[in-house]
Design a protein around this ligand. Structure first.
Ligand SMILES: Cc1ncc(COP(=O)(O)O)c(C=O)c1O
Ligand SMILES: N[C@@H](CCCC[NH3+])C(=O)O
Length: 400
């Protein structure tokens, strides 16, 4: 990837995506489930650019969505409505209503109270709601606490006993059709055992539901597959699939898998340019034109992203903090890392920025968000133009 050329052509800060990487990741995971009925439903939250979703749609992907906005993005991008799932602990009535009207595969319900709302809204509309229930298996996924979701202390899903009650309620309600079951224990998972354990617990629940004539068709294992940011041992898709399949003996279910980060994380880079260097006491800072509003993962999770500096200055390498222009001390991409001495305008490439990069960006400090570029078949094209000041104030009224 010629980052310098792309930065010169489109300016910085800039997100660059390699669509071939996305395709390879998708195919590797899909092939891991070969021979079994499976749907890969891309978790749109990881990178919701319409062109990215469209790329996955053309590969046959479904979409895992967490707002009606994401559902609409998925459908606009050409995802088959019968591969769209709508999850989330706090769906509004209007979101549930719209999802039912759009006739997507299933609404993934996360509480008894929500199930009642879905039933009432479906009845009012005169439709039958296909639902799945998100089970919280109380398994420690061994990841960052902010992105752990499968423990009872997390807000997601319901415990097994509540899930059973909900399935019985759904079975006896003519506006509900319980077609699926779901779990998702966390993100950036690098250990297989917790996934297998969770899958076993949920598969056992499917068996006990079968015994009372509740026939689950979609076994949704969530997302969470981790990627290599630094030197992590990651889970191989084949081993992942085998671990899940080993829990499903005797069950005729379609496996639904909702990866986000695995598909796009390492196919994205964030490009930013050096503005200045300075030294405060004995602390060296390299200040760039990108900031925490563009890529918040280091500030929010202390996440590691590999940093590469492209410079022809032949200076010394020394420790520095790589920081942005935002008025927060938490605005950094890396702290105390070895960086070469730089010139104004040198390019800094931040790796593994394809997932939860642009989608978590904001306009803090009235900073227009970066442009996004797709690279495919040796060609680059813009898939989101850089925001302007006018874009940022477009919704503001009554100020004159
Ligand atoms: C329900 C659900 N599915 C899928 C994902 C995608 O996760 P990841 O990007 O870790 O694959 C998430 C986010 O963690 C999620 O909450
Ligand atoms: N935003 C997180 C992942 C959250 C996954 C969504 N449930 C990250 O950047 O790692």
């Amino acid at each position: 990837m010629n980052f310098k050329k792309l930065a010169d052509k489109y300016g910085t800060p800039l997100y660059v995506y390699d669509f071939h990487h996305f395709e390879n990741q998708f195919n590797e995971l899909k092939n891991a489930f070969k021979g079994r009925k499976s749907i890969i439903s891309y978790a749109v939250k990881a990178n919701s650019n319409l062109s990215v979703i469209k790329k996955f749609a053309t590969l046959g992907s479904g979409a895992d969505c967490v707002s009606i906005g994401e559902v609409k993005r998925a459908l606009m991008a050409g995802v088959d409505r019968y591969k769209v799932i709508f999850s989330g602990v706090g769906k509004r009535d209007d979101e549930i209503e719209e999802a039912l009207k759009l006739d997507i595969l299933m609404i993934n319900v996360e509480s008894e109270a929500e199930l009642n709302r879905v039933a009432d809204i479906a009845e009012k509309l005169g439709v039958v709601a296909r639902i799945s229930i998100r089970v919280n298996p109380n398994i420690d996924p061994k990841t960052h606490p902010y992105i752990s979701t499968g423990l009872h202390e997390n807000k997601f899903g319901v415990d097994i006993d509540t899930a059973k009650k909900m399935y019985l309620f759904a079975k006896n309600n003519s506006s509900l059709n319980p077609v699926g079951i779901h779990f998702h224990i966390g993100s950036q998972l690098t250990e297989l055992e917790p996934i297998k354990e969770a899958s076993q617990i949920v598969a056992d629940l499917v068996r006990s539901l079968k015994a009372i004539n509740i026939d689950i068709k979609f076994f949704d294992v969530g997302g969470g597959l981790g990627i290599k940011y630094k030197d992590e041992e990651t889970i191989k898709p084949y081993d992942y699939a085998q671990a899940i399949l080993s829990t499903l003996s005797g069950l005729d279910v379609t496996i639904v898998c909702e990866p986000g980060r695995f598909l796009v994380g390492n196919g994205g880079w964030f490009l930013t340019s050096v503005l200045y260097e300075k030294v405060n006491g004995d602390k060296r800072f390299v200040i760039v034109d990108g900031a925490m509003n563009d890529l918040i993962r280091p500030s929010l999770y202390n996440a590691y992203h590999k940093i590469e500096v492209i410079t022809d200055k032949n200076g010394e390498i020394s420790k520095a903090n790589l920081v942005g222009p935002i008025c927060e001390s938490g605005d950094f991409f890396a702290k105390d890392i070895e960086l070469p001495s730089t010139n104004h305008g040198d390019l800094v490439v931040i790796h593994s920025a394809g997932a939860y990069g642009f989608t978590m960006s904001s306009n803090y400090n009235t900073r227009p968000r970066a442009a996004e570029i797709a690279v495919e078949n040796g060609e680059d094209r813009i898939i989101r133009r850089r925001e302007t000041f006018e874009d940022l104030i477009a919704c503001e009224v009554d100020y004159l």
